[in-house]
Design a binder for this molecule. Structure first.
Ligand code: H2B
Length: 108
């Protein structure tokens, strides 16, 4: 199996099941520390920067990867702090796509 950051997000059919607790645990182990699971439905991580300009450069890079992968995070920017939230709308929870994008963001 390729490392997560080298995999590609794939479109998922609606109605496919989201990851269960066991799958979430397995995939969380492949991410950097700092990611949190909420309600088994989304993962999030806060990134803190020196200033607004650096935070925005990071957000632009996240946006570029998200468009490339066609998998889109929620992004909350508060001055120099950025929170990334990932969840797969098409399955109503977490899928491999969320963890692939998280691993790519971890590897910036
Ligand atoms: N982003 C997220 N976060 N969840 C999705 O289910 C999703 C997406 N679906 N980006 C993608 C687009 C889908 O509409 C396309 C066809 O791949």
């Amino acid at each position: 199996m390729l490392p997560l950051k080298e995999r590609k997000c794939e479109p998922l059919e609606k109605g496919k099941n989201p990851f269960d607790k066991e799958k979430i645990r397995e995939y969380m182990e492949m991410l950097q520390p700092g990611w949190h699971v909420s309600d088994d439905k989304k993962i999030s991580r806060k990134f803190l920067f020196e200033n607004f300009k650096r935070a925005m450069a990071f957000v632009q890079e996240v946006a570029r990867i998200a468009e490339q992968e066609q998998h889109h995070p929620d992004i909350c920017i508060s001055y120099a702090d950025v929170e990334i939230e990932l969840s797969t709308h098409d399955v109503g929870g977490l899928s491999e796509n969320d963890f692939i994008l998280a691993a790519k963001i971890d590897s910036f």
